[in-house]
Design a protein around this ligand. Sequence first.
Ligand SMILES: *Cc1c(COP(=O)(O)O)cnc(C)c1O
Length: 397
Amino acid sequence: MKTNKDYIEFTDRFSAQNYHPLPVVLTRGKGVWVWDVEGKKYLDMLSGYSALNQGHCHPRIARAMNEQAKRLTLTSRAFHNDTMAPFLEKICTLTGFEKALPMNAGAEAVETAIKVARKWGYTKKKIKDNTAEIIVCENNFHGRTTTVVGFSSEAQYRAGFGPFTPGFKIIPYDDTHALEKAVNKNTVAFMVEPIQGEGGVIVPHDGYLRQCRDICRRHNILLVLDEIQTGLGRTGRLFAYEYEDIRPDILIIGKALSGGFYPVSAIACDDAIMSVIKPGDHGSTFGGNPLASRIGMAALDVIVEENLARRAFETGEWFMAELRKINNPRICEVRGKGLLIGIELNEKARPYCEELMALGVLAKETHDMVVRFAPPLVIGRKELQWALERIHRVLGV
Ligand SMILES: *Cc1c(COP(=O)(O)O)cnc(C)c1O
């Protein structure tokens, strides 16, 4: 039998070394559980960075995918297909927006939002050609394309990859004064995450998004929310912005939009904004393909019909309260919303993640000092109790 170690050596022989994964090789998943090649079972507390809100291999999504795979997978957008429209309708119905534009990876949807915002600036706000500015936040994570890492504040994401796309201004997160001050006549958009997931599960103060909404409206700039990680139930609402009773001008979604089966992302906005995109302006061979659309529909149906947002809210509240009971001077803070939870330590988190792994709990450090717990939203208290016993053993004193 091949061991984890065998597969890791095999991987290292052929793979670029662009990740530093925990040393476990997974071969099977079902719901909240995954199994490694040696038959050991683990609770997945990362969920593919929130792409697996519906759990691993959800049977309903698998069925939709299999049926569609036998019928029609790709047309390209050179022709119409009969599954994209019902998929986009579902996105629009759930979000309340009039239009949606489908892409594949999250970073592509971010790029799409940037293009739409810039073109809106030139054609609707009438700013001077090639002067558009988009305000973003320190400690952001919006993906890994060259344009997107160009406005990252993380040195390693940028180092060696320049020169970068101009037109971005970085301000501190959770700081509305900085936003107000950064706006000028060329500003077209403010793009922000409702909670900074990759940045270490940073939760802004209550009212932050509402105040940002207000500032954007007053200055006629678009509020672009990247809900690729926070959206689709993760924080205990379908979208994190619902906590603040606002709507963005452009919403970016991805990850759980496919339940982990396939890369599916999209932006949604009203027609007054989307209509700036004309035939030929933007595209993607796979964006909106029939297979992705069917998977996306099933993934959204599962989130709605299994009440995953409400379940994330209820189990998340309870789980976070339990985590806060852990008494350990190395824990600085337990924070989060719904089932997006971070434990900030006063030392490196990686060794703790390795210890948790040995006990059958898969979690990953983010930003060095934070252990992130973001299990599939289908998780129940029994499984979380199982995890808590192990987390206590590793993090308790
Ligand atoms: C994961 C993520 C992205 C990038 O998505 P990819 O599918 O990896 O390109 C962008 N924004 C946020 C907030 C994310 O969490």
